[in-house]
Design a protein around this ligand. Structure first.
Ligand code: 3PY
Ligand code: MG
Length: 236
């Protein structure tokens, strides 16, 4: 979600998604709107996740302290970067996360600090040729729950035109390479996809599948209604 709207987040959560990701990487809302969305999603069983702008402990700490149950880290390219992401999401002795945050005991319960290391979801994004080449080293780092392919950035890094439905053979080869790097690690396969393509990705073993973006849903639906109205479309 990039709208920065707690009402949109609450509405989508009530549809029954397993999880929603609040996107701080490519959206421009401030931290209070992130918190409002986390609160709104927490009113449902949907798990609230945050994609941080970058692999940075300060961003990760503030998202977790505000109420994220998991973090999506963009552009993880090396084992050292994966280790840094794990450390930022774990309290000592496993990691470097600092203790604090007004909301943690509210959303996670009074024993939050003792169980957070086991319960917080960490998803690392593989979205460059370097990340694909280093996938085995990245995904063997203990503490990573899933990886998530970013098709746009991966296509760009491969010199391919961006599309949400890449059919390039080299793109699919890169996906297979990452899938085999993950095998035996217990790390779940993930990808940014869409509703029409989701079944195909499930059949290929993907389990953490994003279907779209709140702003795109809004504009697609409004655009279709507008086009229908302008063309004098059928009465319903
Ligand atoms: C990408 O396609 O690069 C993404 O980051 C999708 O979320
Ligand atoms: Mg990306």
């Amino acid at each position: 979600m990039g709208l920065g709207s707690p009402v949109a987040a609450e509405s989508l959560a009530h549809l029954g998604f397993d999880w929603l990701v609040i996107d701080q990487e490519h959206a421009s809302f401030d931290a209070s709107l992130m918190t409002g969305q986390l609160q709104a999603i927490s009113s449902t069983p949907t798990v609230p996740l945050v994609r941080v702008p970058w692999n940075d402990g300060a961003w990760i700490k503030s998202a977790l302290d505000a109420g994220a149950y998991g973090i999506v880290v963009p552009m993880v390219n090396t084992r050292a970067e994966a280790e840094a992401a794990v450390a930022a999401t774990r309290y000592p002795p496993q990691g470097k996360r600092r203790i604090g945050g007004a909301r943690t005991s509210l959303y996670g319960g009074p024993d939050y600090v003792t169980k957070a290391n086991d319960e917080i979801l960490l998803v690392v994004m593989i979205e460059s040729t370097t990340g694909v080449a280093n996938a085995k080293e990245i995904l063997s780092v203990p503490g990573i729950d899933a990886y998530f392919i970013g098709p746009s950035d991966l296509c760009a890094s491969m010199g391919l035109a961006q599309t949400w439905e890449p059919e390039y053979p080299e793109f699919w080869s890169a996906l297979e390479r990452v899938q085999s790097a993950a095998s035996g690690t217990g790390v779940a396969h993930g990808i940014h996809s869409n509703g029409a393509r989701a079944k195909r990705m499930v059949d290929r073993g993907y389990r953490f599948i994003a279907l779209g973006y709140d702003l795109s849903y809004l504009t697609a639906s409004a655009g279709a209604a507008l086009a229908q109205a302008r063309s004098g479309g059928p009465h319903s």
